[in-house]
Design a protein around this ligand. Sequence first.
Ligand code: TYM
Length: 404
Amino acid sequence: MIVLAYMGKTVLSGIKPSGIPQLGNYVGAISYWAELQNKYDHAIFPVVDLHAITVPQDPKVLSHQTYLTTAIILASGINPKKSIVFVQSDVPAHSELMWLLTTVATMGELGRMTQYKDKSGTAQLDSVEKALSEELREAYKIAHAQIDTNTSNVDDMAAALVKIQAQLKAKSDLPKLQRYMLLLKLLEERRRDRMGAGLFTYPVLMAADILLYQANVVPVGEDQKQHVELARDLAERFNKRFGETFVVPEPLLRKEGARIMDLLDPAKKMSKSDNDNGCILLTDSPEIIRKKIMRAETDSGHDIKFNPVIDREGVHNLLTIYKVLSGKTEAQIEKHFAKSGYGDLKRELSELVIAKLSPIQKQIDKYMKNKKLLERILNDGAQRADKIAQKTLAEAKKKIGLIT
Ligand code: TYM
């Protein structure tokens, strides 16, 4: 029996103050949190500043963004009386539990986190890779299908290369492929050498964020699902090794909207670190929102139908945003746009986004002009969070055998 699970079910989720939150954060996460806070007995929403510093931040900008992100959460309907809203670094137990969980996590599982793999690249090295010829890239694709690139065992790689030899259509490709694989390995090593260690270990901090509060449900966008699954694995491993301590959490993804795509490049997710025209910031003015949506990438077709096939991702993305923000069904939306073109969809979507964001922006301004109020809410949140976190931390330490 888990001693510390307090009565009732807990929903918990967090957001990094590493930039101005964008429409994907709102559609996939924050607006969903506002709905869920009333469906659970306890709701906890930290602004996770320790996660933001896994990449360099300007100290002044970071503190401003921490306030702004808090203001956005509150302006989007999170009620600080019902939900606990606080800044992660105000509750030291997050870092402490992270260490305990780091001793349970493995290098292998952290190395398999997709975000770590993505972030370990540097622009410079990426461009070297892009400059490689088509032929070599083709060879690389074949090799990738055969070799687990995570392997650091040179003998395994060499053995795999020998196997590939048989599969390559032209045997003369092999020296090229070997050279390419070697180059790739070197690039990977150099990338890892330069990468901040925090980018590698941060999923363990995220697990600590979740497990400290015995959260049952963690509503996140699709990109964070793998991290919640790691939190599950760590909870299960800890419980098995030391006895029942943590609730094993479940990721909860919004049925639609868990992956809002970039407006200009619908093959990649909308992200606040790409502060360009493909991403709508929650603080964007109506003119900017119109401009960004009107420029959104679509295709040469004209049917306004929900159909997420590759070459229609752009329109599907616009329709998904429309669906979540309007609360209408797909059939209603398709009927509504039956006689319209993409231009009409973009115009209506722009007005819908503006209508949704305008009142939120007014509230954001109000909070940002009243830092005292924000600080009061955050202090109160940190005190409430700390009480719960301390109990879980003490229990985990005791189970491990640390004197508390
Ligand atoms: P972060 O700050 O990158 O994003 C916050 C939330 O927004 C979701 N999201 C999206 N959803 C749909 N479409 C998009 N384009 C999109 N972009 C972002 C994210 O999935 C996330 O749910 N490591 C986490 C923060 C975190 C956390 C936690 C979350 C730290 N501790 C504990 C849950 C529980 C992160 O970097 O999210």
